[in-house]
Design a protein around this ligand. Structure first.
Ligand code: PRP
Ligand code: ZN
Length: 213
């Protein structure tokens, strides 16, 4: 029996459609991820596992999956959160699903220099990435965690500013927020468990080569 790899993909969300498109463009069927959460691609030695995107870095780190496709933002967040205890690494960037993790402030609020962030509350879904950024810049802002709809936080007086994913910028605009600074430029990346063997790497190399066509 030839070797197959396990590749974790996002079950439902922005990355799901982008992934399906690149797989199908290359003649790899990518079963609709409605109910069936495991799908063996007949045309390639790849088993797809459809999971929540936040779980993908840990599933790859602990070896449950050999590979995963996830936003760099989610990968970095997990890496900062787990610190030393993390065995996933980036295999290749995919050049799709580009976005950025940025700090945004209410349009009517004067926060221009980074030092203006001192003593402010920052609402975010990415506390470990924001903490790392604050440490690097020697800032002492306070982090307020929200699992979604972060842009609402300043209106609710939960925070002064936010740090969230910006893609088109429409969500910021609709909530009267303006971008102030970028914490991370992100895109979808193929990640691998650090202990995969040469055969698994060959399969991933072939997948990447087919994506390049
Ligand atoms: C994401 C992200 C931003 C928005 C950015 O939220 O957290 O809010 O998309 O996209 P835009 O710049 O194109 O408007 P999502 O829709 O995934 O919802 P969530 O915040 O509840 O996770
Ligand atoms: Zn959002």
């Amino acid at each position: 029996m030839t070797k197959r790899i396990k590749l974790a993909l996002q079950k439902k969300g922005r990355l799901t459609d982008a992934c399906r498109q690149i797989f199908e463009k290359n003649g790899l069927s990518c079963k609709e991820a409605n109910r069936q959460l495991v799908y063996s691609i007949p045309e390639a030695p790849i088993d797809l596992l459809f999971v929540r995107d936040d779980d993908i870095p840990m599933l790859v780190s602990n070896g449950v999956c050999d590979f995963g496709i996830v936003g760099l933002n989610v990968f970095q967040e997990t890496k900062y959160e787990k610190q030393g205890d993390f065995d996933a690494e980036i295999f290749a960037p995919l050049g799709i699903a580009k976005c950025r993790l940025a700090i945004a402030v209410p349009e009517n609020k004067k926060v221009d220099a980074l030092s203006d962030l001192n003593n402010l509350k920052i609402a975010t879904t990415y506390p470990a990435s924001v903490r790392n950024f604050l440490q690097e810049k020697e800032l002492n802002s306070q982090i307020v965690y929200l699992s979604g709809s972060v842009e609402i936080a300043p209106q609710l007086q939960l925070s002064d500013v936010i740090a969230d994913i910006v893609s088109s910028g429409a969500t910021l605009k609709e909530n009267n927020l303006k971008e102030m600074t970028t914490i991370l430029d992100s895109e979808a990346v193929l990640i691998n468990n650090k202990n995969i063997d040469g055969d698994a790497k060959d399969i991933a190399d072939r997948l990447m080569a087919s994506f390049a066509n």
